[in-house]
Design a protein around this ligand. Structure first.
Ligand code: GDP
Length: 365
């Protein structure tokens, strides 16, 4: 990793393990190494390669995942070094896998655009990594047809590029259609409040608590992939729409940042952004920064924001955290799990919406 802070590295590896778990893999162990610069051939040093190789034998490992993006050459060399059928992949490939799995299980209305953006990101990722396919082809041909692989890879690349072009056009038309649909669906103005935040911060739990909606909530990364909207009605008669968005994580692959923008369109149409933070997490500050960086890229600076410090029940010193929140502005402490602070949260949302000068753009029947 670029950072020399062991704690940050371990946290990042912990998150990677959680991602692997979400992808349905069983994690047997993790390791890291500090090098002045990564080995250009194998990313890690030869001693580390040997160490991992013996772990592969001992635990019958099928997959080795790297936390940083590997070059196609490094991927190939590592697969050769580990031997057998060991699959080597990086964080990006793992996230793409998860997106693919999640997209396959989601409801029809959003499936089309999700499928498209996953397929698109996957193809853009595959393009420079096609070499593996043609070496396989050459092996199949018994080495007799040398050069055949090179020709094949050119053909494959052309096909992929054409498919990418077609997908981009389709994605664009799905987005247009969804926008029209959204506009038609609504007839009475109700402000839209979007929940944003780091993955696992507790967005789905908060949405569930407030609306009784049955949004998937589990201790896994990417529990929410679809933006899901629910209507929150307050006792005083006022109401707002609460939207759960995809979670952000650090080191989001660049191919996905662009794709994310498409699914995060709803955010730019909201009257208020609620940034949910897992304040009990040791790296809460870094996660806040990661989310703010993505938000900055989304061009939503003029939308009012409210920060929510969630999981106060789990924090080591809840009283200190509450004092700190009071000292700063625009922060509400809650526990989405126990329900603590939820009324204060709703009131804070109401107050913010009153101040909001952003025109209401969404309408419900
Ligand atoms: P999301 O990715 O932001 O939608 O996060 P989830 O709502 O899926 O929550 C992730 C995990 O944190 C789940 O296991 C929740 O039960 C847990 N969680 C959410 N809110 C709280 C809270 O206030 N306190 C505690 N202790 N756990 C919480």
């Amino acid at each position: 990793g670029e950072t020399s802070d062991s704690f940050a590295i371990e946290e990042s590896l912990k998150e990677l393990a959680q991602l692997a778990d979400t992808a349905g893999l069983m994690v047997v162990g993790s390791t890291y190494q500090k090098l002045a610069s990564p080995n250009p051939r194998t990313y890690i040093g030869s001693g580390k390669v040997a160490e991992i190789k013996s772990a592969i034998r001992a635990f019958e490992v099928e997959t080795v995942i790297f936390d940083d993006e590997l070059s196609p050459g490094q991927l190939r060399n590592l697969e050769k070094a580990f031997g057998g059928d060991v699959r080597v992949c990086d964080r990006t490939a793992l996230i793409l896998d998860i997106f693919n799995q999640r997209a396959a299980t989601h409801e029809a209305a959003l499936q089309a655009s999700l499928r498209l953006f996953v397929a698109l990101a996957q193809m853009e990722y595959q393009l420079p990594r096609l070499t593996k396919m043609w070496t396989h082809l050459e092996r199949q041909a018994g080495g007799k047809v040398k050069g055949m692989g090179e020709k094949q890879i050119e053909v494959d690349k052309r096909i992929l590029r054409t498919q990418i072009g077609v997908l981009k056009k389709e994605l664009e038309s799905v987005r247009k259609h969804r926008k029209q649909y959204r506009n038609r669906r609504f007839s009475v103005p109700v402000p839209v409040v979007s929940l944003v935040g780091y993955t696992n911060a507790g967005k789905s739990t908060l949405l569930n608590q407030l609306t009784g909606a049955n949004v998937l909530s589990e201790d896994r990364l990417f529990a929410t992939l679809d933006p899901t909207t629910r209507r929150v009605q307050m006792k005083n008669g006022s109401e707002f729409l609460l939207t759960d968005t995809v979670g952000f994580i650090q080191k989001l692959p660049t191919t996905l940042v662009a794709a994310f923008r498409a699914t995060l369109e709803e955010i730019s149409e909201s009257s208020l952004l609620v940034h949910v933070v897992d304040i009990s997490h040791p790296l809460a500050e870094q996660q806040i920064d990661a989310v703010e960086k993505v938000l900055a890229e989304l061009d939503v600076s003029e939308i009012p924001k409210l920060m929510v410090w969630n999981k106060v029940d789990k924090a080591t010193d809840p009283e200190k955290i509450k004092l700190e929140a009071e000292r700063r502005e625009d922060i509400v402490c809650i526990s989405a799990l126990t329900g603590e602070g939820l009324l204060e949260f709703c009131n804070a949302v109401q107050e913010k919406l009153k101040d909001s000068m952003v025109p209401v753009e969404a309408f419900v029947p």
